[in-house]
Design a protein around this ligand. Structure first.
Ligand SMILES: Nc1nc2c(ncn2[C@@H]2O[C@H](COP(=O)(O)OP(=O)(O)OP(=O)(O)O)[C@@H](O)[C@H]2O)c(=O)[nH]1
Ligand SMILES: [Mg+2]
Length: 283
């Protein structure tokens, strides 16, 4: 898929003298910093890129960004997908810490489109995606990236079923998730329960594969699972916490998502479906 050049790329890394103090006092991420240090080959080596697609998250985005692990080996890329609220102002007001970049789309391209833009700009060995609405817990990043750094997985997906759930899940979302789970198991051989969770991590070797994704909306989350399995890479679900949204509302258009998913499953299963019909006709 073609990546449109973002309208604007703004480096929000502040040369703030207080920065060092903020970094040093944030002990929540010390286990993560200590762990990734062993993989650092040179001073400016980026080990992790955290990608956050954002659309109309003015009430949460600043806090979410300030709460992330800020370190010189970790870059944070937030993609504003042509928000119509004050998200961009809020992002620009973030207290400067380590590497933080804002990319702005010229027009709204959807969840997948924003992640693809983020991926195209990421320099890390391991890429993490998470939501901008505060539903994910930044301390869980360690759980997601560790299996990738140690070679146990190529792609990890956060699971509230293995971790903890404080999220009052709408029934239609649960239903959609259950249907996708069955279809993935049937056609691609792996059971992934929390398959729509946007809190994930993957090795940079998957970047060329994910860039080929065709669905720019929320179906991108399922398409990347399919692309990973079709290309014989390993997916592992990891326990994470998922919270309820405190502000704003869900951007998911269920009908649009279901139609996209149907077309996505047909696209990747076309060969198998044709074979099934061919066999039936032979009988
Ligand atoms: N770039 C981009 N991001 C989007 C778009 N719609 C939603 N997002 C972001 O994608 C993430 C997930 O979207 P949500 O609407 O929170 O989906 P959800 O978490 O399944 O639904 P809720 O539980 O109701 O919040 C959030 O960070 C949104 O800001 C969009 O059109 N473009
Ligand atoms: Mg959400």
């Amino acid at each position: 898929m073609k990546t449109l050049s973002p309208e604007e790329e703004i480096d929000l890394t502040l040369k703030n003298p207080e920065l060092k103090e903020i970094l040093e006092t944030d002990s929540r991420f010390q286990p993560l910093f200590d762990y990734i240090d062993q993989f650092k080959l040179k001073k400016d080596h980026i080990l992790i890129s955290i990608i956050l697609p954002a659309y109309n998250e003015e009430n949460s985005i600043k806090q979410v960004l300030e709460n992330l692990p800020h370190d010189n080996s970790i870059e944070i890329i937030v993609i504003d997908d042509k928000s119509t609220d004050n998200s961009v102002r809020e992002i620009k007001n973030v207290n400067g810490k380590a590497k933080l970049k804002l990319l702005r789309h010229k027009k709204n391209r959807g969840y997948g489109g924003a992640v693809i833009t983020g991926i195209a700009h990421a320099k890390g060995d391991v890429l993490v995606t998470m939501d901008s609405d505060g539903q994910h817990c930044p301390e869980d990043i360690f759980r997601l990236v560790e299996p990738i750094f140690n070679g146990e997985a190529d792609f990890t997906i956060g699971s509230r079923y293995l971790g903890s759930n404080y999220y009052d899940l709408p029934i239609k979302t649960r239903l959609g998730e259950a249907i996708i789970e069955k279809v993935l198991k049937l056609f691609f051989g792996q059971k992934i329960m929390n398959n729509q969770n946007g809190f994930r991590a993957f090795s940079k070797k998957l970047v060329p594969i994910f860039k080929k994704a065709r669905y720019q909306g929320f179906a991108y989350a399922t398409e990347t699972i399919i692309l990973t399995l079709v290309n014989k890479n390993k997916i592992v679900e990891c326990p994470v916490k998922v919270y309820d949204r405190k502000h704003g509302s869900s951007k998911i258009d269920m009908l649009e998502l279901m139609l996209d998913l149907l077309s996505c499953f047909l696209r990747y299963n076309f060969g198998k479906i044709v074979k099934i019909f061919a066999k039936r006709n032979q009988k």
